[in-house]
Design a protein around this ligand. Structure first.
Ligand SMILES: Nc1ncnc2c1ncn2[C@@H]1O[C@H](COP(=O)(O)OP(=O)(O)OP(=O)(O)O)[C@@H](O)[C@H]1O
Length: 427
């Protein structure tokens, strides 16, 4: 990978970081959310740090939307890369108001409407920050603090937003409070986001593309649904195996409280409150909620029984198989997974390429609605009084810079000089 491709994030990072060996290559669209998923210690954060220019691995390559950030002969340092970085902990400046925290990383004209990029008012609106602007970060809930951190990263006018486990320090309720805001960002901004997470439920809700990592390598990269339905990858073999589908709302039956949703290859009925026709909706269908019939049942309480073609069958062990189905009488629609017993497969005489009926017992709507922000004391703040940039040294494995050092490592050193807590800015 050496030539830049517009519209793509291209990365090929190879080398050692301390005792860790990284050999990770992928390309992903330079728009939408690309999630990096893999077990702890597989190198997700190391890849994010390479993208941010915080590790220099000679011989590596990185280009964002046709702009080369690293190749054989060049390396843009962290402060030369337009990257917004959001971490597990919000690490806001405790001595600055929310407004000043937001404006901290922004160019000087951040308050003016922008011809392109993201303006202050838009960020406030998208993240629901209006009523927090004059508050101190000390009095915000964990979820509110993380929304401010995301706003601050967006206002730095990045060309790439890196989110490293942004919700993992939050409890389930607080996560659910923030996820709708992230969905709104995804819907309204074309900014590419690299989203690192351990939590497949977050990824199923937010991501368009997925990069699967293991032991410092990229095992697979591609559209989320394609990787979820690939029986050769570990996702399809897990107990939680599921497919994320993008559907469009067609109608709402108020009498029965049912939404009609169109997906590639068919329609699904889902009990849900009314949603405007034409709205896009992310669905999740678990492999364990899909069974297979040779003929459409005459009588059944299952609402969604759709014709589908059997694409493949793979053994799972413990007497079960995972079947990939493609919806539609022509078998060319969206793919689903069905987890059934090997005995059922044999008794029904199923075979690849056969047209069958997928009986879908459960469909979850995973896109959320706007939530009111909670309030309360957040976790302890990181001490930001340490010398900025101390500890950032390219290709030096130790010590790790703290989060604000990384965050502000993307800004010019002259600006950093004004960033200490005793500068006029901090008044
Ligand atoms: N600067 C460093 N010095 C030494 N080892 C490092 C350094 N950076 C990362 N490592 C090691 O590299 C491996 C990958 O770390 P990394 O943080 O990228 O993994 P991860 O997939 O993000 O893990 P987690 O999901 O637990 O955050 C780990 O074994 C880690 O200890």
């Amino acid at each position: 990978m050496t030539a830049q491709a517009p519209g793509q994030i291209q990365a090929a990072f190879r080398g050692r970081v301390g005792g860790f060996s990284l050999d990770a290559s992928f390309s992903a669209p330079a728009t939408g959310v690309t999630a990096i998923f893999g077990p702890s210690g597989c190198g997700k954060t190391t890849v994010a740090r390479c993208l941010a220019g915080l590790h220099y691995l000679p011989g590596s390559f990185c280009a964002i939307d046709g702009e080369i950030w690293q190749d054989q002969s060049s390396f843009r340092k962290a402060h030369q890369r337009p990257v917004g970085y959001v971490f597990q902990e919000a690490s806001l400046f405790p001595h600055l108001s929310v407004r000043r925290n937001l404006l901290y990383g922004a160019p000087r004209d951040a308050l003016a409407p922008r011809a392109c990029g993201i303006g202050f008012d838009e960020v406030i609106d998208l993240l629901g920050l209006a009523r927090l602007l004059d508050r101190s970060p000390r009095n915000l809930s964990g979820g509110e603090r993380q929304r401010v951190a995301i706003g601050r990263a967006l206002l730095s006018q990045p060309k790439l937003l890196l989110m490293d486990e942004p919700l993992s320090a939050l409890d389930r309720l607080t996560k659910n409070e923030i996820l709708p805001f992230l969905e709104r960002l995804h819907e309204r901004l074309s900014l590419p986001v690299i989203y690192i997470s351990h939590d497949m439920a977050e990824i199923e809700r937010l991501a368009d593309h997925l990069i699967l990592m293991q032991h410092g390598h990229v095992v697979a990269a591609g559209p989320l649904q394609v990787l979820q339905s690939d029986p050769s990858l570990p996702l399809a073999a897990t107990r939680e195996a599921a497919i994320s589908l993008d559907a469009v709302v067609e109608a709402h039956d108020a009498g029965y409280g049912l939404l009609t949703l169109r997906v590639a290859g068919g329609h699904l009925l889902v009990p849900a409150p009314a949603v405007a026709a034409g709205r896009r909706q992310r669905l999740r269908i678990a492999a364990s909620d899909v069974s297979i019939a040779r003929a459409a049942p005459d009588t059944s309480s299952i609402l969604n029984v759709l014709p589908a073609r059997i694409v493949s069958k793979s053994m799972l062990g413990h007497g079960e198989v995972i079947v990939v189905l493609a919806l539609g009488a022509d078998g060319r629609g969206a793919q689903l997974l069905a987890r059934i017993t090997l005995r059922s497969w044999d008794l029904l005489g199923l075979a690849e390429a056969m047209i069958v009926f997928a009986q879908i017992k459960g469909v979850s709507l995973v896109s959320g609605t706007d939530a009111a922000a909670g309030q309360g004391a957040g976790p302890d703040l990181i001490d930001t009084s340490a010398g900025f940039l101390d500890g950032i040294s390219l290709a030096s494995p130790e010590p790790w810079p703290n989060q604000n050092q990384i965050l502000y490592g993307v800004r010019r050193c002259s600006e950093l000089e004004t960033s200490c807590p005793h500068s006029p800015l901090s008044a």
